[in-house]
Design a protein around this ligand. Structure first.
Ligand code: SF4
Length: 449
């Protein structure tokens, strides 16, 4: 049996694309390989959001060149955002690459591997779907893994229409397209029948879901209500919502629907209105804080996490201080924090007032220290609270313990018997850390619940 290995960089959407490619290859008789050296097909599913993962892809391609000298029939493919964006450069710098597959061609991976094996020439698919008029119909076909999975990602929307000035995603993934509601519900029903208890709905601006559908507009809050009714699904998560589209109907859905988890990852990006404007984020700090206040009022105990970029072009010390002040005021449960990384082809990369690397790093360090202190304080204040945890399996930190996430998406480690895996248990937080809690089981759901 030929074997494949997929190396993945980037976001959950890429992880999900890699899983789909894996299913398409298995359908054609390929088996997963443990290592790159054992594989007949190696796919690099790439990310262009920052420069570092792009550099890593080129260095990996360098190592694969040596492997291919020893195994001339090895098929090497580059997929994902970097393939979409830098196909010509990949061809020139890495002529040993056999396939370059753009973000909209995941479902064709098996056919393209066959094409390379048979014809031994470069196979490329890079076209992004055109949005003709308001309606998009060319949404990729998706496979549902026949193996049971406790948690599953479900893409509900592809591409993005927001065009933030720092972001390459609208170029690499194309314009916003929502998946038909019936397809999403069908996939989730199949997942539930195979044992999935938690789904995470994926989209670049997930709460803008529902425009451009043949069946007419279906707001994201309505989609949540439909999924909430699916038997067997116990937890619903989604990432990432866009602040301007976070309307009251969504806040009501989060407050009212028992299966929608009490966690929102809401990207702030900057705590300064001028910088938000330069980023082309379509909200102000005040509007963002209003959403947070409503969420906290309607959903007590909700965890709110965020993304923040420091050192955006032109960011002054005072504007950076504004971000620190907002972080102090809002007190996020956690944050992904980054120094701005210019992405060629985006408006921000062409701005003249780029911030020196050392300044960006120093700001990032200060922000991380502040946020880590806040996360620790929040977690410490929750010691003694009893959380509901979906038990996922042995802890990677300490295999003598089990691990899972609370409804608020906090990691919990605790002692328990393996028959708790796959069940929802109540766990008291005993000891707080930056990463989450050590706790003690106080109650478990019946085994076949
Ligand atoms: S909303 Fe902005 S940051 Fe998010 S994917 Fe779209 S363009 Fe990129």
């Amino acid at each position: 049996m030929p074997r494949y290995k997929i190396l993945t960089w980037g976001c959950q959407m890429n992880e999900e694309d890699s899983e789909q490619m894996s299913l398409y290859l298995q359908e054609r008789g390929y088996e997963p390989a443990e290592t790159v050296e054992e594989a007949d097909v190696v796919l690099l599913n790439t990310c262009s959001v920052r420069r570092k993962p792009e550099d890593k892809v080129f260095s990996t391609l360098g190592s694969l060149r040596k492997l291919k000298q020893r195994k001339p029939n090895l098929v090497i493919g580059v997929c994902g955002c970097m393939a979409q964006l830098r196909a010509e450069e990949i061809r020139q710098k890495a002529p040993h690459v056999d396939m370059i597959i753009g973000t909209a061609h995941v479902a064709q991976v098996g056919a393209l591997v066959d094409e390379v094996v048979q014809k031994r020439r470069l196979a490329m698919r890079l076209e992004l779907p055109e949005r003709k008029g308001a309606i998009v119909t060319d949404i990729p076909e998706r496979k549902v893994d026949r193996h049971p999975k406790l948690k599953a990602f479900v893409p509900i929307q592809y591409g993005c229409d927001k065009f933030c000035t720092f972001c390459i995603v609208p170029i690499t993934r194309g314009r916003e397209r929502s998946r038909p509601t019936a397809d999403i519900l069908d996939e989730i029903r199949k997942l539930a029948a195979r044992g999935t208890k938690e789904v995470t709905l994926l989209g670049q601006t997930v709460n803008s879901y529902g425009k451009n559908l043949l069946e007419g507009r279906v707001p994201f809050a309505r989609l949540l209500r439909l999924i909430n009714d699916i038997e067997g699904i116990e937890r619903i998560r989604y990432t990432s919502p866009y602040p301007r589209d976070f309307r009251d109907d969504l806040i009501n859905a989060i407050a009212e629907l028992p299966k929608v988890m009490e966690h929102v990852h809401l990207p702030l990006q900057s705590g300064d209105d001028e910088i938000l404007k330069a980023m082309r984020r379509l909200y102000t700090v005040e509007q963002f804080e209003e959403i947070v206040a409503k969420l906290r009022e309607r959903v007590p105990g909700i965890a709110i996490t965020t993304d923040i970029i420091v050192g955006f072009p032109g960011e002054t010390d005072a504007q950076f201080e504004n971000t620190l002040k907002v972080v102090e005021r809002i007190r996020f449960d956690g944050a992904y924090m980054f120094a701005y990384s210019p992405r060629p082809g985006t408006p921000a990369a062409a701005m003249e007032n780029q911030i020196p690397r050392a300044v960006k790093q120093e700001r990032l360090q200060r922000l991380i220290e502040l946020q880590n202190r806040i996360t620790c304080e929040i977690n410490q204040s929750q010691v003694g609270r009893v959380f509901e945890v979906l038990v996922e399996g042995p802890s990677q930190k300490d295999p003598t313990k089990l691990a899972g996430f609370t409804r608020e998406n906090k990691m919990m480690h605790f002692v328990g018997s393996p028959d708790l895996i796959g069940r929802i248990v109540k766990v008291r937080a005993d000891e707080a850390h930056l990463w989450g809690f050590y706790g003690t089981v106080v109650e478990a759901s019946p085994k076949c619940a």
